[in-house]
Design a protein around this ligand. Sequence first.
Ligand code: NAD
Length: 251
Amino acid sequence: MRLANKVALISGGARGMGAAEARLFTREGARVVIGDVLEKEGQAVEAEIRAKGGECVFVRLDVTREDDWQRAVALAEERFGALHVLVNNAGIGAVLSRVEDTAPDAWDQVMAVNAKGVFLGTRAAIPAMRRAGGGSIINISSQLGLVGMDNISPQYPASKGAVRLLTKVTALQYAKEGIRVNSVHPGPVVTPMTEARRRDPATRQLMTSRIPMGRYGEPDEIAYGVLYLASDESSWTTGSELVIDGGWTAQ
Ligand code: NAD
């Protein structure tokens, strides 16, 4: 199994890509803590994984709260003995607005979850990874952390661009300690986050027309990339960007 003896913490694991990663990781032998603000959904993912024989526990985690992160990391160590992998996956989208129509509060909200949340998670996990003798941090950015887009609110790409470079700084600062840090850049994926945009025929058509492969991605198509970065198969990979976007950024 590709993650035997690994303990992973996945933020935003109650649904979408985070839940797909929790399912895949436990199938590959990891013990997984999933943290999310959605308690009912998170508990349901925990129950589903345990019913299949996987080791998984849900904890309420608001990624904007430092004390929540401390609790989640402590739970991983108490319950499963260590922390080797952190997937900073939790994120929120944003509706379409041009810069001049974007309220400063809306900017702050997205930056708090998508950018500061990754910083706080990284800060909380590093001491535990040091105790474990090393680790792997995987930060979920976006194809919109690499390129801009006209019909989106500015704070979303800005937050994902911040994640891309926070990844590289963290990778450089902790390389000597065996803590690897990489970013993943999914294109449009079929999850609850994109549901409203997919339901609107014009938006769906616009998004699909920008994907050379002509379709949205599935959560597992991202989860397999995250699995690689979490496993020892990627033992010399740090500070890198794994783009999984159906070709969006190739054009
Ligand atoms: P989703 O909305 O289906 O799931 C995101 C999860 O994060 C939810 O369970 C939500 O409750 C949780 N979350 C939100 N705010 C939180 C907070 N403050 N604390 C803890 N948990 C919180 O979205 P998804 O599509 O699975 O997205 C996962 C990640 O991938 C996000 O970072 C997103 O920005 C990124 N992403 C998504 C797409 C896409 O097309 N779906 C594309 C590129 C990047």
